[in-house]
Design a protein around this ligand. Structure first.
Ligand code: MF3
Ligand code: CO
Length: 291
């Protein structure tokens, strides 16, 4: 429930400015959308400038980790080695790897090779081989602020059809970003990504998507790529979320490893790729925080 704020009270955003001179018009605009049936964000999802600064500091570490992985990943290392890099760099910066112990996840990062869609668990016995594609999904908590992004890496020379999948999924994020603007809907972006990937002959995973993030690892909204233009949450300035489509070469059907409870595979064992970015909606567009 929103607390009532008088027009002369200090604004809820912490600016110190009177509400009527700060977020009063903003709130009214959102309420108008809500009255017309739009799914609108609660106030606690709207990040203040101070919170955005905190998220950026977290994101800088997150990207430093991914840059390091990009420089050092190679055939012959284990995915557990990647996990050690992530843990060491993150903790050296005074930060915490968000996946570690998250709902029982045993490692600091997700490493998802080829037919693994997401949530692959680093393992001493899983050795990277030439020709594989791998998603490394890094998430960081720094001074209470969360960041989350993932990249694909090609191990040595990879078959052209896998390289194409990796490239198309990266492009799909650019296509989606063209639809990201204040007072648009998440479904505008979701439909654009979906249509682009399908036109390239791929299938987008339906059951797992992106999420709000910042003060927690996973906040509202859920960010789907099987959504429709004009649907899903209204993108208002200060809303912070990830775009992270998982795209399969074959079927969009997936299943979860019954033994570890985490690893998600494609049902037909065909490859899957994913890139993830994190952004915040601004007054006139968006700002990328993490990629
Ligand atoms: N980083 C993933 C995401 O993008 C979450 C992984 S949860 C974990 O939402 F526990 F598997 F790390
Ligand atoms: Co994420």
């Amino acid at each position: 429930m929103k607390k009532h704020i008088g027009r002369n009270d200090p604004c809820w955003c912490g600016s110190g400015v009177k509400y009527k001179k700060c977020h009063a018009d903003f709130d009214q605009k959102i309420e108008q959308y809500a009255r017309q049936g739009a799914y609108v964000p609660d106030r606690d999802l709207i990040k203040t400038p101070e919170q955005i600064a905190g998220i950026k500091a977290s994101a800088a570490i997150n990207m430093e980790v991914l840059d390091y992985v990009g420089k050092h990943i190679r055939p012959g290392i284990s995915t557990a080695e990647i996990d050690r890099w992530v843990y060491d760099i993150t903790t050296k910066r005074g930060a915490i790897p968000a996946p570690l112990n998250y709902e029982g996840f045993p490692r600091s990062v997700c490493t998802s090779i080829d037919e693994v869609v997401c949530h692959g668990i680093p393992d001493e016995n899983r050795i990277l081989e030439e020709g594989q594609i791998i998603n490394v999904d890094v998430s960081t908590i720094y001074q209470g602020y969360f960041s989350d992004s993932s990249r694909m890496y090609c191990i040595g020379e990879v078959p052209a059809e896998k390289k194409r999948l990796v490239d198309v999924v990266k492009q799909s994020i650019e296509v989606g970003l063209k639809e990201v603007r204040p007072w648009g809907f998440l479904g505008d972006m979701g439909q654009a990504i979906h249509e682009f990937c399908e036109a390239q002959g791929y299938k987008v995973v339906r059951e797992i998507g992106g999420h709000g993030i910042g003060l927690e690892f996973h906040e509202d909204p859920y960010v789907s790529y099987v959504s429709k233009r004009g649907e899903e949450m209204l993108m208002v300035p200060g809303l912070c979320f990830t775009i992270e489509p998982m795209v399969n070469m074959g079927t969009d059907e997936i299943y979860v490893d019954a033994d570890d409870g985490w690893t998600v595979y494609t049902a037909d064992d065909m490859p899957s790729a994913q890139w993830e970015i994190q952004l915040v909606i601004t007054e006139d567009g968006y700002e990328l925080l993490c990629w």
